[in-house]
Design a protein around this ligand. Structure first.
Ligand code: F6R
Length: 241
């Protein structure tokens, strides 16, 4: 794994945006696996700046997001679909028909997960998969567990994740208890993986990912089985290495 440490979130954003631009330059209709949360925001802002300056073209890019809460519609401003529309898609000109998302309102979650998995596979998998990491080592919503999932699945969120994500909601009680997510196996089908972690509260998870045992105790540790992973850290997140 290629692990790089930076002084600031701004420097990480520039490095992450460089990777996206490189992928899109080589393949304008690249399949981009995307993440929500705080970690990608500076990179998305940098990509928006570059798109506005005509330095990168997203008009042919196809996107597949990692995960979505159960029970929230795309119009709900707490849904991941809404987040992506406002933090990236509108700003860089990604076409609606090129956006792919797990449907958190699906009647049959298992069927929805199978549909998404098959759709991503039909596109040849992600050319680039962007990830953040949870304080408990989760990637996507693959929470620590004895057994990891190969494909997309419905997951009950852990209390730690519910608490961490509470900041996007009015109160803890409003945070959905379950979500649909790509499985570890789905994530590992990406040709290239880019993970961003910043802040002191990610240091233990980053240590587990890079130095701990490869096991379900730290789902991100499975990234060590992939041959093309780039990890961008700030100094706080890299503190225990
Ligand atoms: C988001 C996702 C999550 C986050 C993780 C870190 O789509 O799948 O795994 O990447 O919870 O979140 P932040 O970046 O908010 O610390």
């Amino acid at each position: 794994m290629d692990v790089r440490s930076f002084k600031s979130a701004e420097e990480i954003a520039v490095a992450a945006a460089d990777i996206f631009c490189d992928v899109l330059q080589k393949k304008p209709n690249a399949v981009l696996g995307l993440a929500t949360g705080s970690s990608p925001i500076p990179g998305y802002t940098e990509l928006a700046r570059r798109a506005a300056a005509g330095l990168v073209d997203f008009s042919a890019a196809r996107t597949f997001n990692l995960d979505e809460y159960c029970g929230l519609s795309l119009k709900n401003n707490r849904s991941y679909r809404y987040f992506m529309q406002h933090e990236l898609f509108d700003k860089v000109g990604i076409r609606n028909e090129n956006v792919h998302f797990l449907d958190g309102l699906a009647e049959d979650f298992d069927a929805e997960c199978a549909r998404y998995e098959a759709e991503l596979a039909a596109f040849g998998g992600a050319d680039l998969q962007l990830l953040g990491i949870g304080r408990n080592g989760h990637i996507g919503f693959n929470e620590p567990a004895k057994k990891m999932h190969a494909g997309c699945f419905r997951v009950d969120l852990t209390d730690d994740t519910i608490q961490a994500n509470q900041r996007f909601f009015d109160c803890k009680g409003d945070v959905p208890r379950c979500a649909l997510t790509m499985g570890i196996g789905t994530i590992l089908t990406a040709k290239k993986i880019l993970l961003i972690a910043a802040g002191e509260d990610k240091a233990a998870a980053v240590y587990g990912m890079l130095r701990g045992e490869i096991s379900g105790q730290c789902p991100a540790s499975f990234l060590r089985t992939h041959g093309n992973v780039l990890i961008l850290l700030d100094e706080s997140a890299a503190r225990l290495l």
